[in-house]
Design a protein around this ligand. Sequence first.
Ligand code: SIN
Length: 527
Amino acid sequence: MNRATFTINRLVQSSLSRRTMASSSASALLRSKLRDPSLLREQAYIGGQWTANNKTATFDVTNPYDGKVVGTCPDLEAEDAANAVEVAQTAFQSFRHTPARQRATILQNWHDLMKEHEQDLATILTYENGRPLEAAKAEIQYAASFFGWFQGEALRAYSGETIESSAPGQRVLTFKQPVGVVGVLTPWNFPSAMITRKVGAALAAGCSVVVKPAAETPYSALALAELGERAGVPAGVFNVVTTHAHLAEVGKTLCEHDLVKKISFTGSTRVGKLLMEQSASTLKKLSMELGGNAPFIIYDDADIDLALKGLMAAKFRASGQTCVCANRVYVQEGVYDTFVQRFADVVKREMVKGDPTMAGTTLGPLISEAAATKVSGLVEDATKGGAQVVLGGQEARQSSDPSTFYPATILKDMQPSMRASREELFGPVTAFYRFKDDDELFKKANDAEVGLAGYVYTEKLSRAWRVSELLETGMVGVNTGMVSDPVAPFGGIKHSGFGREGGRVGLDEFQVLKTITLGGLGLPVTK
Ligand code: SIN
């Protein structure tokens, strides 16, 4: 090593260690809240190593509640993503041949470790995402349930058929093989569950993965990596590339890399379309779980108490920041006024805004100030167009509130011409529309570019069935506000994307079908 190289290396090392020291002081607060502080990792995870891949640049992760820096992560670049893909490819060559029983055991261990560390995982999620602690725990349980589900599916990969060939005396067999290295791109709204839903299926199938978590919420992904290592996930099978400034180029690298055989993405329709374009040149298998604009329908004959409960769940989960949140609530005219008033009473009673780490808080901040500004713009547009504010709204914002807060808000007399009817509210705003009959309802409810989830409340079986069949969405909740369940295939139609996650079919997304035609079997053939 010459002197100049030595000096440069020293400089890089000292800058790295300065940054490491700086990051540990920023992250000391969160670390002090954890029973197992080693779950908070501030490095990327590639090939079983905690690493910055020799990069010195880092980015800050901030707490949406108080704007304070929670810690830092390496700001990795396209070449680091490519390196992770190569590492994942090497790992895939042997992982694909591990017995299903072994992959199932790893997933079961991972699930059990998540349950054991539920409190810490929830605390990490709360600090980086702003989700109130109890709700964060619910996400960790939901996230772990995908490992639980897919460990079973790994064992039950009943793949293949035996088919009598068109040619005399021949037979055709099919079976399924793991697709290969998977690029997993996940959002900030479910920092843990959107990873486990994809990765559980990928590992059950025998694939390796490169995860690019959202820049806002990398620590949940890195905590999963730490637990994955303890669970026995072989080095290189689960990799996490953290990035912020190079988000677009890292995504593009995963999409364009020939060794990546599948992209599984959850996020906006706009980005999904871009990733699909980028994946075209290598003809990748894709799953796209994109935006929604869920209609939530309440007929005159509905069980109103049940509908109130369901709407609370479908609206306020993650402070309204989910793709399956009720975006347009259609109430039949006979119960419209009563329902809106009763819902306002429940919201006033149950939605308690505040510090998400405090017990009793049910409404945390949104992910960023920009998110709160967007919600505020949609509410303003609706009120200018004639919607009435029943609760919350701009007036209810207090100067002491963090800039990321938006109050629980109820709007009534919404119209299809308003922006909130076409765009995802992605915040704690419930928008009520009145409807008279099915003709009007279907015209309005299906007038959306996207089609992820929909909900209907009625006591009439024929109505429930008709709505379920005619609603242009990938999922329908009948008399329930919750469609998310590891056993149930999750996904949309129209511009909400394609592919299904969870359920029995969730595994297929990470497999390819192989056909074998067998001749020369010596079978008797009658001419
Ligand atoms: C999402 O919002 O993208 C996922 C929500 C869920 O899994 O329930």
